[in-house]
Design a protein around this ligand. Sequence first.
Ligand code: NAD
Length: 501
Amino acid sequence: MIDAAARVRAVANFIGGQRQTASAAQSTPVYDPARGVVTACVPLATAADVQSVVASAEGAFKEWSRMPPLRRARILFKYRELLEAHAEEAARIITSEHGKTLSDARAELTRGIEVVEFACGIPHLLAGAFSENIGGGLDCWSMRQPLGVCAGITPFNFPAMVPLWMFPLAIACGNTFVLKPSERDPSVSVLLAELLIEAGAPPGVFNVVQGDRAAVDALLEDPRVVAISFVGSTPIARSIYARGAHYGKRVQALGGAKNHAVVLPDADIAATVEALLGAAYGSAGERCMAISVVVAVGEIADRLVENLSRGARRLRVGPGSAPNVDMGPLVTPQHRNRVLGYIERGVAEGATLVVDGRDAASEHGGFFLGGTLFDNVTPLMTVYRDEIFGPVLCVVRAADLDAAIDTVNGHPYANGVAIFTRDGGIARSFAQQIHVGMVGVNVAIPVPMAFHSFGGWKHSMFGDRAMYGEEGVQFYTRLKTVTARWPERDDVLAQFSMPTH
Ligand code: NAD
């Protein structure tokens, strides 16, 4: 079904400091997932459209990269204030296209704004090292300089936060940026770009191009784009990493996940169950840090499953904009069908379906699905191996902690993991032994703060620099080291062996 307004609203690009409505021949629909109707269309950029966006970013680079970091930081301070002032507007746009609850959309913005706050410290973050008097009349110092035009390709599940992981730090470092947001919920990216202009960023420093695979291909192939930040599913992350490297670009490509929570018999069961319900079903499970597997260790399993099932049944499912809702709809009808397919597969492969989300009726006509809980899942089942990215929680039973650790370490995804226990010594050794990038101890979703860095291991991240924090600064800059001689004497002679100063 198409909303009447959708015929007139095409999502804009943002190029050279202003909105531009693309005249692309092909477009794709944007839904309001809570109502199940098409509310807008996204014109899909062609290679020529992308080239003109990159030209805008390239044109702005020289002046922007020479601006003192302190002045760039002042623009970001102002940007932070504007983002706060427009947070409600941005959250409503996110909820209307993604479906998540308004409180979750506001929280997403808060986590994104924290990266802007980190980027405001850029004069300090760019301070280099200086070694005085390394030889007669010689000093040596290192500096970090911007790369040029950087591009970001982002997923649907955090349409504001993930772009904010990237471009504030990239531009703070002196780069210019082209964002290719998800075509499923693209509108908030244009608001982010407009507010940056209002904060004082020159036109061309931050640009948005709407599109799909063709736009991504054009960004990869354009020699003026020197670095790519990607967040999305693993097959695409892997391919972006390989193709970006082929074209000689710097690439960080974050992929999918299957995050485990290991629950030990001594865990505080009430607090653990509440934490797991939020982490599994919040945002309808469409989070890369969602808990999708609970590894129940020893005798706690029966009690845990009973408490989780009670919680999953009482989840309040409804439109994200309504009050007192725990979980909104899935993002598109295709994605809902995909998740339904996994539930059928889990049943067919012999997992015990304790709570069936397909029972959750919806009077709203949107892409709703209730919380689903499987017990007796084994590592060979598809519902265990694959990332489902929906409100489906699997319980795997393990005899002891060693077996639980082997299970987690045997999974190809390694984004986040959590352990729930009252034993500090066990938690400490778990954190050391586990082969996962982000670890929570009695914390279900251990997303690092902006002054640390975000990144998984194994199939959850390709590249060697994580997002934001110090790693982000290193990704968006390159190192230059200067060795300078200002001799006190003027009798310096040519040296033909390797200089030892
Ligand atoms: P996706 O991989 O389908 O799309 C991500 C981006 O890639 C979008 O901008 C899309 O337009 C583009 N794209 C899609 N197909 C492409 C192709 N064939 N070639 C080039 N570009 C292509 O991911 P999604 O469904 O939007 O997002 C959900 C996925 O993102 C999940 O797997 C989730 O775990 C992952 N994710 C990971 C993190 C993390 O930090 N590791 C964070 C958020 C989301």
